[in-house]
Design a protein around this ligand. Structure first.
Ligand code: PLP
Length: 387
């Protein structure tokens, strides 16, 4: 018998209560019943995004929100700064280019966080930049960027700060209003504990002002249509009714735990994972590790792609490999969404078993032991409050 554990940084496991909610019969969306659900969904999203800005929900994957941000804020001939420190930073660059936006890339070595001072420098050198695109958690490298620091710089300029928080939301702290992030993009299948299929976008006053002038082509993602409907607690097109229903349920769970406790849980699992792999003699890939996913360097003599494949095919534990030029060179273990200590311990156990089979030399149990040690001697920062 094989039991499956999905430990990749998206899609992530979905709680039973959320699955049952999604399984309910479909209701019509032009009804009071749906409007109640939609209202609740919007309130919950604001709580998790830590914002009072409007949040729009699309029936798309997370990339849809990234495209929506681009086409709604920018206009033909605009310039934008794009932080490229991994696959997802590159995606913003590709979306901008697809719409003819001139990008000013800041290339960051994979595994490193961008230095906010570099953004300041580029903004000073390039007057008239309309947007800065950055990533909270660069999932491809397991790296957290200093969004607070970046926002502090962008805030006083005419540019809007657009943050991809698809994997970071609910794992790495993001204070949309307090820090002044103009647009936050996210998706359902990571920290929100839902299946893939929903994307979210929050927009500040600065973002709305830019939207009113934007002339890039758009139709499905035209936020003017969404805004007009949202003001009547309505949606322009048929929403993903079942998923939005599930969203209400998953957000009930997040609210019951408390968003800051959810973040502390992610920190707890991330710290244990980092301790475990380091105690196995492995090196972290990122110098600014995210609490959503831990990227680890594949040790010499081990086939990284075979490691990931064996964990999945032989033991049912799905972790992620490396993307792009780090393919086969790193593997990534998520601690994202509906996960607790025992999920992390399972992942580390499977990793140890497969490393052993592949001939890597270490003391069996040293990873699991370090994780247990970490869980039983929690640092104050990762301890839940009010429980
Ligand atoms: C998952 C992810 C996305 C969105 O990917 P989709 O496949 O379109 O949902 C975007 N950015 C980051 C950082 C992600 O981790």
């Amino acid at each position: 018998m094989q039991k499956n554990y999905i430990m990749a940084p998206g899609p992530t496991p979905v709680p039973e209560d959320v699955l049952l909610e999604i399984a309910k019969p479909i209701i019509h969306h032009r009804t009071n019943q749906y409007q109640e659900i939609f209202k609740k969904a919007n309130e919950g999203l604001k709580y998790i995004f830590k914002t009072s800005n409007d949040i729009f929900t699309f029936a798309s994957s997370g990339t849809g929100a990234m495209e929506a941000a681009t086409v709604n804020l920018l206009s033909k001939g605009d310039k934008a700064i794009v932080v490229r420190g991994g696959k997802f930073g590159e995606r913003f660059d590709e979306i901008c280019k697809a719409y003819g936006i001139e990008t000013i890339p800041i290339d960051v070595e994979w595994g490193k966080a961008v230095d906010p001072a570099d953004i300041k420098k580029r903004l000073n050198e390039n007057k008239g930049v309309k947007a800065v695109f950055a990533t909270l958690c660069e999932t491809s490298t397991g790296t957290k960027n200093d969004i607070e620091g970046i926002a502090g710089i962008v805030k006083s300029t005419n540019a809007a700060l657009v943050v991809d928080a698809v994997s970071g939301l609910g794992a790495d702290d993001l204070r949309t209003d307090e820090w002044g992030v103009d647009v936050v993009c996210s998706g359902s299948q990571k920290g929100m504990m839902l299946p893939p299929g929903l994307a979210f976008l929050s927009a500040s006053k600065k973002a709305f002002d830019m939207m009113s002038k934007s002339d890039l082509p758009k139709y499905y993602f035209d936020l003017k249509a969404y805004k007009k409907s949202l003001d009547k607690n309505d949606v322009p097109w048929t929403p993903a009714v079942g998923l939005v229903r599930g969203l209400c349920k998953s957000m009930d769970m997040i609210k019951a735990e408390g968003i800051d406790n959810v973040l502390a849980r992610h920190l707890r699992l991330a710290e244990a994972t980092r301790d475990a792999v380091e105690n196995l003699g492995l090196d972290l890939f990122s110098s600014s590790p995210s609490n959503a996913v831990t990227a680890v360097k594949v040790p010499d003599g081990v086939d990284g792609q075979a490691l990931v494949k064996t964990m999945r095919n032989k033991y049912g534990v799905t972790i992620a490999g490396g993307q792009g030029h780090v393919k086969g060179k790193i593997f990534r273990i998520a601690h994202l969404g509906y996960m607790i200590e025992f999920d992390t311990l399972s992942a580390i156990s499977a990793l140890e078993i497969v490393l052993k089979e592949m001939g890597y030399k270490f003391k069996v149990g040293s990873g699991v032991g370090a994780a247990l040690e970490s869980f039983t001697t929690q640092k104050k920062s990762s301890r839940p409050v009010n429980v």
